[in-house]
Design a protein around this ligand. Structure first.
Ligand SMILES: Nc1ncnc2c1ncn2[C@@H]1O[C@H](COP(=O)(O)OP(=O)(O)OP(=O)(O)O)[C@@H](O)[C@H]1O
Length: 278
């Protein structure tokens, strides 16, 4: 039994029904999401892609309970999400800003556990195990500013998994790291997902990354957003950066998702239209 076996979580189904989001502020209202309906079954790994401005971040923030829906509902494990739900952790792109520079790596990971009122002995166990899971045991006493960007992002991931979420939401978490680190972090997230059995929703700009990571890719249209296509990714459970990415099925899927995103950029809003516009 490895230490990381102490990390566990019960996955939960995420349901989005009739979701619409209109930003109202000083200027003209902006309809970011027109209508989205989808269910992510407990334990599934889903990626979300779409053109820039397609409402991906809006969707993720709404799933996280950080933004309220204009219409429709988001529910987690059958309970409506009206604020950040207890079983959910979020990793954002700007990880540097999400870490406290004056707190050590271990203290950064521990803080949400204190807020969750996890007893001290268990907190220490979770901090140790999650840092081990992301390969940062040696960096526990260091401060975020002493670490590389990729290491800081691993701290953010450790903090999210130490929290033992039922659902992990990630918004372009690897956008600012170099390609090699990005591959390592992709494999890390997949292995944690497999080990912990949690539900993952992962937003990315990178089409290859979405196909490599997910069991299913949701392709969004341009704004106001609807679901262009829900693409099943049948590449099996075992993925390998070299083998999977050179597989003919990987090539077929990435071409398909790429064409859908290109069609979305041209303003196509349904698969039927996408086929016509070819
Ligand atoms: N607070 C806000 N007020 C008004 N409009 C907003 C607000 N936040 C986002 N928007 C608009 O909503 C739309 C969707 O934005 P969002 O950030 O969700 O897209 P995205 O798909 O994540 O974009 P990107 O891929 O470029 O990160 C955009 O047109 C954006 O300008």
């Amino acid at each position: 039994m490895t230490r990381t076996d102490s990390l566990h979580a019960e996955a939960a189904t995420l349901e989005v029904a009739g979701l619409r989001k209109v930003y109202t502020g000083r200027g003209e209202p902006v309809e970011a999401i027109a209508q989205l309906d989808f269910t992510v079954p407990a334990g599934q790994f889903v990626c979300v892609v779409g053109p820039s401005g397609a409402g991906k971040t809006t969707l993720l923030r709404t799933l996280a309970g950080l933004l309220s829906a204009t219409e429709g509902t988001v529910s987690l494990g059958g309970t409506a999400v009206v604020g950040p739900p207890p079983g959910l952790a979020v990793v954002l792109q700007e990880y540097g800003r999400s870490l406290f520079p004056w707190k050590s790596v271990a203290d950064n990971v521990e803080l949400p556990l204190k807020e969750k009122r996890v007893p001290k002995a268990r907190r220490q166990e979770l901090v140790r195990d999650s840092l081990e899971a992301v390969g940062l045991t040696e960096a526990a006493a260091q401060y975020p500013w002493q670490l590389s960007g990729g290491m800081q992002q691993r701290v953010a991931i450790a903090r999210a998994i130490a929290y033992e979420p039922q659902v992990l939401l990630m918004d372009e978490p690897f956008a600012a790291v170099d390609a090699q680190t990005r591959f390592d972090l992709e494999d890390l997230v997949r292995s944690l997902w497999k080990r912990l059995g949690i539900t993952v929703v992962f937003v990315t700009h990178d089409i290859d990354e979405s196909v490599y990571l997910a069991e299913r890719v949701l392709v969004l249209s341009g704004r106001p957003t609807v679901l262009l296509e829900d693409v099943a990714i049948d590449l099996g459970d075992e993925r390998d950066q070299l083998e999977t990415r050179s597989h003919p099925e990987f090539a077929r899927l990435r071409t398909h998702v790429y064409e859908l995103v290109q069609a979305a950029k041209r303003g196509v809003r349904s698969v039927a239209e996408a086929e016509l516009s070819h």
